[in-house]
Design a binder for this molecule. Structure first.
Ligand code: SAM
Ligand code: SF4
Length: 328
């Protein structure tokens, strides 16, 4: 079991498999001039499997595959197949923009992978294409519906962006009321590759909930697992649920059970902090596995208590990095 220096059990790994993406969401990365990692700086699929396996042995029982866009990586299914064979790994999930998942849906289902988070920040084609800077709305919409009808446990991630998509908050709830999905509204965080910086947001979790409550005053709060980052609600008569994730307000740090490994092997113990160690060079040396194990224990033994504390690790700004390298 992995226990951090604040007595929190760490059992959840978010593993980024690439920093590249076929979309350019304006809250995540700039439209151009991005310094993607060179191929030899990325963990190979074999190294990703090795890192996953070491961490599962150490006590991780849930792995979420993220990126960049995971399906941009051609060999990602090799990793997925290997993960499903790892004893002790109870939950394998994916966060995706759903542009490229179509041809993998049947195999994912056959592998028993159930939990898929789809990022969808608008149900309006023009707004979607303005935010993502690419023309992929129909593909994403079709794949989303396929995932739902194939029986995956689908959650939609919708980042509420001031002046860009707030007009879609209520319509997305309305459209999704016929489906068994959870629509989660996330506060925007200033990880966008440096194109903008901010210290406060208009659409914090309270503002999002108040906005929804005006249209659906009889919403009900649901019980959520202790480590959940979302506060979840149900609207009577709706098949699915909705949730709000205070990613910028950071009210959930006390029960944080997460560890992140980026596509280049950086170990990130808090989104708002600095990487603690890089596993790539360690794993490529003799005695790699043993040294990776102790590097992870060391990182977990030195975690900041909250995202606000972690932010202090940066001498200037934490917000020059992009979510595409950290994995969300
Ligand atoms: N490409 C995949 C996707 O978009 O789902 C996976 C990677 S993406 C970096 C992971 C998650 O981070 C997505 O749900 C995305 O919406 C979220 N994200 C990216 N930039 C963000 C930001 N500045 N604030 C809040 N969430 C962000
Ligand atoms: Fe790509 Fe996901 Fe970032 Fe959008 S949020 S640019 S889909 S990595």
């Amino acid at each position: 079991m992995l226990i951090d220096n604040h007595n929190r059990e760490i059992n959840y790994l978010r593993l980024a498999v690439t920093d590249r993406c076929n979309l350019r969401c304006n809250y995540c990365m700039p439209s151009e001039g991005i310094n993607f990692a060179k191929n030899d700086k990325l963990l190979t699929i074999e190294e990703l499997i090795q890192v996953g396996s070491i961490l599962v042995e150490q006590g991780i029982d849930k792995i979420r595959i993220t990126g960049g866009e995971p399906f941009v990586r051609k060999d990602v299914m090799v990793l997925m197949r290997a993960l499903t064979k790892m004893e002790g790994l109870e939950d394998i999930s994916i966060t995706t923009n759903a542009t490229l998942i179509g041809s993998h849906i049947y195999e994912l289902k056959a592998l028993g992978i159930k939990n898929i988070n789809v990022s969808l920040d608008s149900i309006n084609k023009e707004t979607f294409e303005r935010i993502t800077r690419r023309k992929q709305f129909e593909t994403v919409h079709n794949n989303l519906i396929r995932l739902i009808t194939e029986g995956f446990n689908v959650r939609i991630n919708f980042i509420v962006l001031d002046g860009q998509n707030e007009q879609d908050i209520l319509p997305i709830i309305e459209v999704m009321k016929h489906y068994n999905v959870s629509v989660r509204f996330l506060e925007e965080m200033p990880f966008n590759g440096g194109s903008k910086n901010f210290t406060s947001i208009k659409w914090n979790y309270k503002a999002i909930l108040e906005h929804i409550a005006q249209a659906y005053p009889d919403y009900q709060k649901l019980e959520s697992p202790k480590t959940s980052t979302s506060i979840n609600y149900k609207i009577p008569g709706h098949q699915g649920t909705f949730g709000i994730i205070p990613s910028f307000s950071r009210t959930f740090c006390g029960s944080c059970n997460r560890l992140r490994v980026t596509a280049t092997g950086d170990v990130v113990t808090c989104l708002y902090g600095k990487p603690k160690v890089n596993l790539r060079d360690i794993i490529r040396e003799a005695d790699g596995e043993e040294n990776v194990k102790s590097a992870i224990l060391n990182a977990i033994g030195n975690r900041a208590k909250t995202g606000f504390d972690a932010q202090q690790e940066h001498s200037t700004t934490v917000f020059d990095s992009s979510m595409t390298s950290i994995g969300g």
